[in-house]
Design a protein around this ligand. Structure first.
Ligand code: FAD
Length: 394
């Protein structure tokens, strides 16, 4: 008898690998097609909320993740002009008592490595680099994927986990590019020992919110590294500027900011920038035996630091939904998308609202700061409960 066709996963990021692992652990044969030549871990720091921990348990990777994780002392929001605290979320015992699981920070390389190793240990999962997906067609048996190098690959079903500019999504939905919001992000990692003495917060996850800009920073790898993300509005977000003009623009943007922020922006790596973009939620992510996951399905602004958490939740729910549908991929995919739609859409919509809150200026800034000064821990926990309480797994 012929071997059953594998489920094809386009994209070996955190979402694609979580889906592959969830399916592989349920006995499905999976082939992950990644455009990068190798499955080499990449990236900067990411924060992960407590909602992702039941997913790690289901994937059998909790201990491996926790070995690499750092728990910040606090989550702080500071006013980027005055340096005063706007609000904070305690991440110690009160947080654990309310949300059961911790809030962690991890190097993306480390969590990517945990997922790659866990997938490599499952015989029915095949990881294939240098396999950029260019398009697909549905067939009687499943799907035929065309790769950028001209090869074609048959599969029982296709999961597009190929990120913000998904080729699989382009074959499903008629729309333009993701919508830039006029902001860019720069990410930098420096050894903690090289951090100038005047940076006050080294053990916290900190967000400095200012008019048209914000900066996020936190410790990584058990406090040995310092991860810095600087985000700001610029009319030239879509252009490549010459480095001198760009440095001048960055200095001007942060001219009124608190002195600590000037020190932080001086440390920034200005060579590479991410154009911040999202998409409005859509109702239908798939067709028959083809579906989407993670940023390919529902790219959001980074306001809640939850995009990767959603991609991992997607992967686990998808694995369980397909297993419950006993090989009826179209039914399993439909069940998965239904389970994920409102939660991910809410995150996208609230992320847009919170983006304005972070960047409030003038009277809006005063209102924000006054309102937040009245919040107690329980008020913040109540606002975050829909997200951090997590999901019921199928
Ligand atoms: C500045 C910034 C900070 C962030 N901070 C956080 C945070 O703190 N916490 C959090 O949870 N989220 C955060 N996010 C969001 C998070 O990075 C994404 O939501 C998450 O990476 C999505 O995972 P994914 O697997 O869907 O897509 P991706 O991580 O984009 O992975 C897609 C994969 O597909 C591959 N690929 C692309 N096209 C093809 C193709 N045609 N064929 C084959 N392979 C392809 C890519 O090479 C990549 O490996 C942040 C994002 C940004 C920009």
């Amino acid at each position: 008898m012929a071997e059953p066709l594998p489920i094809l996963v386009a994209g070996g990021g955190l979402g694609g690998l979580s889906a592959a692992l969830a399916l592989g652990r349920r006995g499905f044969s999976v082939r992950v097609l990644e455009q990068a030549a190798e499955f080499a871990p990449i990236g900067y720091g990411i924060q992960l909320g407590p909602n992702v921990f039941p997913m790690f348990a289901r994937l059998g990777i909790t201990e491996d993740v926790m070995r690499e994780a750092t728990v910040p002392k606090n989550i702080l929001m500071l006013d980027a002009l005055s340096g005063e605290e706007v609000t904070h979320i305690p991440t110690g015992p009160v947080f654990r008592a309310r949300f059961t699981y911790p809030y962690i920070i991890i190097h993306r390389e480390d969590i990517h490595r945990v997922l790659i190793d866990a997938c490599a240990a499952v015989p029915s999962i095949m990881l294939e680099g240098g396999a950029g997906v260019a398009g697909f067609a549905e067939t009687d048996e499943g799907v035929r994927v065309t790769l950028a190098d001209g090869r074609s690959i048959e599969g029982a079903a296709l999961i597009g986990a190929d990120g913000l500019r998904s080729a699989v999504r382009a074959g499903l939905v008629s729309e333009g590019d993701p919508v830039p919001i006029g902001y860019v992000a720069h990410r930098t990692i420096v050894p903690m020992e090289e951090l100038p003495a005047r940076i006050p917060y080294r053990e916290e996850s900190v967000l400095w919110g200012g008019p048209g800009f914000h900066i996020v920073h936190y410790p990584l790898r058990h406090g040995t590294l310092f991860n810095l993300v600087a985000v700001f509005r610029t009319a030239t977000f879509a252009e490549r500027l010459d480095p001198h003009a760009y440095t001048a623009e960055v200095r001007k943007t942060y001219a009124d900011a608190h002195p600590v922020l000037k020190t932080l922006t001086d440390m920034m790596d200005l060579d590479r920038r991410w154009i911040i973009a999202d998409r409005a939620p859509i109702r239908h992510w798939g067709r028959g035996r083809v579906t989407l996951l993670g940023d390919a399905a529902h790219p959001v602004l980074q306001s809640f630091a939850q995009g990767a958490c959603m991609a991992i939740e997607d992967g686990v729910v998808l694995g369980e939904s397909v297993a419950q549908a006993e090989g009826d991929f179209a039914a399993g995919f439909a069940r998965y998308a239904k389970a994920r739609l409102l939660r991910t859409a809410r995150l996208g919509l609230e992320s847009r609202a919170i983006w304005s809150f972070y960047h409030a200026e003038g009277i809006a800034r005063d209102v924000r700061n006054d309102m937040c000064a009245r919040w107690q821990d329980e008020d913040l926990f109540r606002c975050l409960a829909w997200l951090y309480d997590g999901i019921e797994l199928p």
